[in-house]
Design a binder for this molecule. Sequence first.
Ligand code: NAD
Ligand code: IPM
Ligand code: MN
Length: 370
Amino acid sequence: MTTYKLLVLPGDGIGPEVMAEVEKIAAFLTYEGLVKFEIEKGLVGGSAYDVYGAAISEDDMARAQEADAVLLAAVGGPKWDQVPYENRPEAGLLRLRKDMQLFANLRPAICYPALADASSLKREVVDGLDILIVRELTGGVYFGEPKQIIDLGNGQKRAIDTQVYDTYEIERIGRIAFELARKRRNKVTSSEKRNVMKSGVLWHEVISALHTREFPDVELEHQLADALGMQLVRRPKQFDVIVTDNLFGDMLSDVAAMLTGSLGMLPSASLGERNATTGARKALYEPVHGSAPDIAGKGIANPIAMISSLVMALRYSFNLEDLADRIDRSIAAVLEKGLRTGDIAGGAQNTISTAQMGDAILEELKIAVH
Ligand code: NAD
Ligand code: IPM
Ligand code: MN
């Protein structure tokens, strides 16, 4: 059996709390001989800054580059509000994405049947929802230069962020979206603001040309990003795959999360290009949510986004579809039983803790594999 090298980066806030539940499941899978993980742990975000004075150490960067997959929980928090901008906790995550060239961020938003009433929208709007946001992750305004604040000397300052996209960056993320759509409901919605932004004009042009050239069998539509935000809460089931840039993808995926009941439900996979010879690709798996400083340390965070991120690793990095399906079904079964962490409880009194949710999923999984 292949041994997979996993680098585990719990990070800050609720990060270590939700990662502990994933570690329980990984230990169980290893114990049962269902998969063989060689797990190393590292630091990222504020917890790395406190030890190394940087949001990720060179050593952990090197280990991330060598791992078969990296699992990251969350970074950030008010404790590090005053650290220099280049060392802020988020810089560790951004460096991992950029240096590992993880340009494709897949953010599935699936509404579990048991949670159709947990969303802030009406049941019929979200019931059966299954959309996939494909977010470009290594370009755009997150990384474009110049990025700076200039002192104008007259008591005024000027802040500059730069949105930059080259043809190849749009093409490779578009290709991922079209390929994934073919395995789903065969529809891609591409989103930008070409009415205001030059990068939007190029985005629209490149995605349209790629569609004609390589994917004429896939349905393609374009929606301006503001209108798409509106449609996401109006009639979200019209979407299959949404492909968009780094910043729009960040915002739209938080909106999509609430369609499923909670931000604590959404996993993601950040993937690099496939190696042409080995077929392997660099990958980092992380929930869409952050370090949730408001509930950190209380043991009440929802671990499902983090556990589902491990499930995505089984699918996208290790080709263990059966095992991934079994964990997914275990999560669904726990939700069917009415077990809820506070974020998805909808005001109900009987909420369970992070550890109880992890244990409940593990119990279902034990039944599923025996
Ligand atoms: P957040 O996602 O941390 O929290 C937003 C809200 O959702 C909070 O009310 C929080 O309690 C709730 N929430 C989030 N995850 C939850 C979970 N698993 N279970 C239950 N409730 C959950 O966003 P924020 O408060 O805007 O940001 C806090 C910090 O996290 C910031 O420093 C931000 O930069 C960082 N952040 C990190 C990541 C990441 O590491 N991938 C992602 C987003 C934000
Ligand atoms: C996310 C987060 C990150 C982002 C932050 C923490 C850098 O919000 O993964 O959604 O903006 O990409
Ligand atoms: Mn975000």
